[in-house]
Design a protein around this ligand. Sequence first.
Ligand SMILES: Cc1cc2nc3c(=O)[nH]c(=O)nc-3n(C[C@H](O)[C@H](O)[C@H](O)COP(=O)(O)OP(=O)(O)OC[C@H]3O[C@@H](n4cnc5c(N)ncnc54)[C@H](O)[C@@H]3O)c2cc1C
Length: 456
Amino acid sequence: MHDELITALRGGLPEGAVLTDPDVMAAYSHDMASFSEAGAPAAVVLATCREDVQHVMRVATALKVPVVPQGARTGLSGGANASENCIVLSLVKMDRILEIDPVDRIAVVEPGVINAVLSRAVAEHGLAYPPDPSSWEQCTIGGNIGTGAGGLCCVKYGVTAEYVLGLEVVLADGRLLSTGRRTAKGVAGYDLTRLFVGSEGTLGVVVKAVLALKPAPAPQLAMVAEFPSAAAAGAAVCAIMESGHVPSLLELMDGTTIRAVNAMAKMGLPETTEAMLLAAFDTADPAADLAAVGALCTAAGATDVVPAEDAAESELLLQARRLSLTALETLTSATMIDDVCVPRGKLGEMLDGVAKIADRFDLTIGVCAHAGDGNTHPVVCFDAHDPDESRRARESFDEIMALGLALGGTITGEHGVGLLKKDWLARELGPTGVELQRGVKAVFDPLGLLNPGKLF
Ligand SMILES: Cc1cc2nc3c(=O)[nH]c(=O)nc-3n(C[C@H](O)[C@H](O)[C@H](O)COP(=O)(O)OP(=O)(O)OC[C@H]3O[C@@H](n4cnc5c(N)ncnc54)[C@H](O)[C@@H]3O)c2cc1C
């Protein structure tokens, strides 16, 4: 079977597209999530065009071999992990920006385009592609669509789903499906485009995307506010949003995260504070907006409010926030990164609850958050070589999700379900929700070949 598969794949693909060296394949077998098992692939295919993808899916259907679509493998839920004897279908070499149209304000791209590369390319036309995950220098548009990625500026500009207008998708049997539009409006039929966003490679392989662009905003000006408690920072977030301000960024780093970032990158952030809010505006008068928001922070209990001098200093602060997850990962031999999103009004409770969970399980849990969205990233730090600590890490991770659901939130705001949160998806959706979602999957992928074992 293995030889038959490799021969069939090579029969319709360019030379060098099919990798079978076990060491090389091992590198493609998993994303960046902990506690998510990965199988050994039978082959890794580096697709270079839509026809390559169609060939892979036809072979997979004929031989009933599972296929795992893959971007840059920066995912944090195991969604891109290989299953045993699967074909890993990497899209990173399909990395052409096919079109940037300033009149319709769209970009047409292949799935392997890196998020930051697209952002820089559209900036040359005075345009912006807003969704900006912290991993934007590595992650791909295909992966962003697969996970429904968010990012720092989503509090003002929204998440990936709001920017995907149309898709070309190769279905499980190799047929090509076009969804959506490239026009400013369009409501023809069910919104299959939206269905694919966040489907984690389980419904089809995205080979082209039409993305909406915005006029490039003015450079943002940022400030930091230090708080003596997470609850006070949470109260400040509520006050800012309630007052009608529209920050282009409203992020939070707790004391553990600040110290980790300082240790890694010598950023000189204030180490004694319990929680730091980072707010930015790209409005006509950002200094005035920051002054108003600074006053709200002070009223909520901030001990210090420091505006950045200019756009360059603001960018440095953003970089500090972008480094948060990576810096927390250096604290111990392993981490589990959670992604619970709660209503903004519950942010303080969520943060306090996470601190109590850390105490109860005797673990370090650093938190950074897209605070303006209520999207927290508690990072459970533990020693993977210590079985008891690993068990406590897993249990605390689960308790954080239970807390999020109890507060009216969701188990994942942007990282997706993958393998890591399968059990929890069922709890969030309930039996009817799961049944209908399985039905949708069966329509697109009746043989269950696309990224099996993920989501459900
Ligand atoms: C340091 C760090 C910071 C991060 N910050 C953020 C953040 O701020 N916001 C955020 O949302 N995420 C963040 N992430 C998580 C991750 O970067 C995102 O989930 C990203 O969207 C994954 O993109 P990728 O190209 O690496 O995809 P992968 O990890 O390779 O794949 C992700 C999922 O998409 C599917 N997929 C990939 N390509 C395709 C395709 N062409 N067709 C169909 N399905 C496909 C895969 O099967 C998988 O299920 C961060 C990760 C790291 C390591």
